[in-house]
Design a protein around this ligand. Structure first.
Ligand SMILES: Cc1cc2nc3c(=O)[nH]c(=O)nc-3n(C[C@H](O)[C@H](O)[C@H](O)COP(=O)(O)O)c2cc1C
Length: 171
């Protein structure tokens, strides 16, 4: 049986929400990650940055923009162990300025993921996956990619059926 890892970044706090702002105590991407685990099993790994992003949406937007412009690699608290043992890796993140938060680059660049199956998922407020799948393919050279899933962030709590159907088909 294939061993599955679900690795994701997700931010709590104030976020953009259907055209307004809303404070959430569980991140949208985290909800989707949990639905995937409920459906196909595997282990969850949450990426956490050493320096947390601001809880204020407007400040976080600026922090993220600066990191993207600088092509930064923000430090993360921990890396998953024994990644080589996994066959299938779901990679989840919010869409930030059209791609993944830069901490996902920090994480993924550390590994040689040749031969692994990568399955991306992305929550967002309308931009879909943006360039994230292209960016992932550049980092995860020689990995096999399955079609990613875009979930509208504000609907993530109600996305179980959609997520579950996609996850089942993907593994
Ligand atoms: C810094 C930042 C940048 C964002 N940029 C975009 C964007 O370019 N396009 C988009 O559709 N949504 C954007 N969003 C909205 C998030 O992608 C969306 O709210 C997502 O579901 C948040 O997931 P999370 O709760 O797991 O962090 C942005 C949010 C933040 C905080």
């Amino acid at each position: 049986m294939s061993k599955i890892l679900i690795v994701y970044y997700s931010r709590k706090g104030e976020n953009y929400w259907n055209g307004g702002l809303k404070t959430i105590d569980k991140g949208n991407t985290e909800r989707v990650a949990e639905f995937i685990q409920k459906t196909v099993g595997g282990e969850l790994f949450e990426v956490e940055t050493v320096k947390p992003y601001s809880e204020s949406y407007m400040t976080c937007i600026e922090e993220a923009k600066q990191e993207l412009r600088a092509d930064a690699r923000p430090k993360i608290k921990a890396f998953p162990e024994n990644l080589e043992d996994y066959d299938i890796i779901f990679v989840g993140y919010p869409n930030w300025w059209g791609t993944m938060p830069m901490c996902m680059f920090t994480l993924l660049e550390k590994y040689d993921l040749s031969g692994k199956t990568i399955i991306p998922f992305c929550t967002n407020e309308g931009s879909g996956m943006g360039s994230s799948e292209r960016d992932l393919k550049k980092i995860c050279k020689n990995a096999k990619f399955k079609r990613g899933l875009s979930v509208h962030g504000a609907e993530s709590a109600d996305s179980e059926e959609k997520v579950s159907a996609w996850a089942k088909k993907s593994v």
